[in-house]
Design a protein around this ligand. Structure first.
Ligand SMILES: NC(=O)c1ccc[n+]([C@@H]2O[C@H](COP(=O)([O-])OP(=O)(O)OC[C@H]3O[C@@H](n4cnc5c(N)ncnc54)[C@H](OP(=O)(O)O)[C@@H]3O)[C@@H](O)[C@H]2O)c1
Length: 161
């Protein structure tokens, strides 16, 4: 099963200057709960934006660079199709970004976990428009706004019909 996980601002922004913009510990916790123990799939830019390899997750990185030098344990792919083929027998694999990779994987994902952040941010990376009629919302959880989680947010799970 191939899933996608993303946090999206009101104006579809997901990042700026190859970093995340907002800090929402609730979302980081959600991301960790969902992805731990599973394969995580990402573009080369998102991979390079990680401060370190995320524990207890197998990293799959997509790049056109045939000579890409990855740390030990990181699996390299050169097309979304090759990733989709390799992931098809896994219980769950999570596409974790960024913009180019979300766009490329939209046709392949069965489930999307979208943290909808109800705030507008300036950015340069955007989550693509998708055809909502192809998905149904199977869960919506309101996030708790508090001192550490300043922006209203909800965790919405979309399943392909
Ligand atoms: N809010 C969120 O949940 C979230 C999550 C993740 C990332 N982000 C943000 O998203 C932004 C990064 O997104 P991005 O679109 O710039 O980069 P990206 O999708 O992370 O990576 C793009 C790279 O992936 C490779 N690639 C893309 N399509 C390919 C294909 N068809 N075949 C082979 N390789 C392919 C290329 O690598 P090469 O150039 O090496 O060939 C390309 O430069 C950052 O701001 C990051 O913080 C946000």
């Amino acid at each position: 099963m191939l899933a996608l996980i993303v946090a999206v601002a009101h104006n579809r922004v997901i990042g700026k200057d190859n970093t995340l913009i907002w800090h929402l510990p609730n979302d980081l916790k959600f991301f960790k709960e969902k992805t731990t123990g599973h394969v995580i799939i990402m573009g080369r830019k998102t991979f390079e934006s990680l401060p370190f390899l995320l524990p207890n997750r197998e990293h799959w990185v997509i790049t056109k660079d045939k000579g890409f030098d990855a740390p030990e344990g990181v699996r390299i792919f050169h097309s979304p199709e090759a990733v989709a083929e390799a992931a098809k027998d896994l219980d769950a694999a999570y596409v974790i970004g960024g913009a180019q990779i979300y766009e490329a994987f939209l046709p392949f994902v069965d489930v999307m976990h979208i943290t909808e952040v109800d705030h507008t941010f300036e950015g340069d990376a955007f989550f693509p428009e998708f055809d909502a009629s192809q998905f149904e919302i199977v869960e919506t959880i309101e996030g708790t706004v508090d001192e550490k989680n300043k922006y209203p947010h909800k965790f919405v799970t979309y399943k392909r019909k």
